[in-house]
Write a protein that binds this ligand. Structure first.
Ligand SMILES: Nc1ncnc2c1ncn2[C@@H]1O[C@H](COP(=O)(O)OP(=O)(O)OP(=O)(O)O)[C@@H](O)[C@H]1O
Ligand SMILES: [Mg+2]
Length: 198
C-alpha cells in the first residue's frame, strides 16, 4: 500500500479559448489555457490588467462559456451542460467572493449567508449560516445589515456565504481590491485558514 494519498483532480481545463467580438473587433481574451487544480490546493492567478484573469475565473465558475476547449469539474464535463445544470453546479460546488462583496445591503449578515442554502434546499440554514459566520469571526454581527458593517466585515460575510454550502471550490476575483492593507491581510488570512481546515 502506498504511504501517501494521491490528491484528487478537482478541475481540468484543456485548450480553453475565449474570443469576445465587439463590432468587427475580436479580442482573444484567452488563447489556449491548460490548467489542472487538485482538491485542497490554494492557487493564485496573476497577470497584468486585461490579461484575462476575470475571464478565466468566470469560465471556471460557470458564469460564462468558453469559445472553445474543454472543462471538467469534479469529473463532470461542464462544457456540455445547459444553463440550468450549470446553475446547479454553481450552487452545489462553487462559492464566489467578488471584489465588490455583492451582498444585499439592507439584509442582515445572517440572511445574506442563508441565501445559497435556501436555493440549495437546506433545512438547517440558520445553524449552518451561523456556524459559517462564526468561522470568519462575525458571530457577534449576525443581525447587522451589510450597510452597517465595515468593508472588511462585509467581505468576511461574503466568505461565510461562499463557505455555507461547503463547496469543493471557492473562487475569489480580487477579493481584497476594495480593502486597505490591514483588512486585506485579514481576508487573505481567513482564506488561508479555511484552506488549512480543509
Ligand atoms: N464582456 C466583454 N466584452 C468584450 N471584451 C471583453 C469583455 N470582458 C473582457 N474583455 C476583454 O478581454 C480582456 C481580458 O479581460 P479580463 O477582465 O479578463 O482581464 P483581467 O486580467 O481580469 O484584468 P484586471 O486585472 O484589470 O481585472 C481585456 O482585453 C478586455 O478588454
Ligand atoms: Mg479582472
Amino acid at each position: 500500500m502506498p504511504d501517501f494519498i494521491e490528491p484528487a483532480l478537482l478541475l481540468s481545463l484543456r485548450d480553453i479559448t475565449k474570443i469576445y467580438t465587439i463590432g468587427d473587433q475580436e479580442v482573444h481574451a484567452l488563447d489556449g489555457v491548460d490548467l489542472d487544480i487538485y482538491h485542497g490546493e490554494f492557487v493564485a492567478i496573476m497577470g497584468p490588467s486585461g490579461s484575462g484573469k476575470s475571464t478565466l475565473l468566470n469560465i471556471i465558475g460557470c458564469l460564462d462559456a468558453p469559445s472553445g476547449g474543454s472543462y471538467e469539474l469534479d469529473g463532470i464535463d461542464v462544457s456540455e451542460m445547459d444553463e440550468t445544470e450549470q446553475a446547479h453546479v454553481r450552487n452545489q460546488r462553487i462559492g464566489f467572493v467578488f471584489q465588490g462583496f455583492n451582498l444585499l445591503p439592507r439584509t442582515t449578515a445572517l440572511k445574506n449567508v442563508e441565501l445559497p442554502l435556501l436555493y440549495g434546499h437546506r433545512k438547517d440554514l440558520t445553524e449552518v449560516a451561523t456556524a459559517a459566520l462564526e468561522k470568519v469571526g462575525l458571530g457577534d454581527r449576525l443581525y447587522h445589515k451589510s450597510s452597517q458593517l465595515s468593508g472588511g466585515q462585509q467581505q468576511r460575510v461574503a466568505i461565510a456565504r461562499a463557505l455555507s454550502m461547503n463547496p469543493p471550490l471557492i473562487l475569489a476575483d480580487e477579493p481584497t481590491g476594495n480593502l486597505a492593507t490591514k483588512q486585506s491581510e485579514e481576508i487573505m488570512g481567513i482564506f488561508q485558514q479555511v484552506n488549512n481546515e480543509g
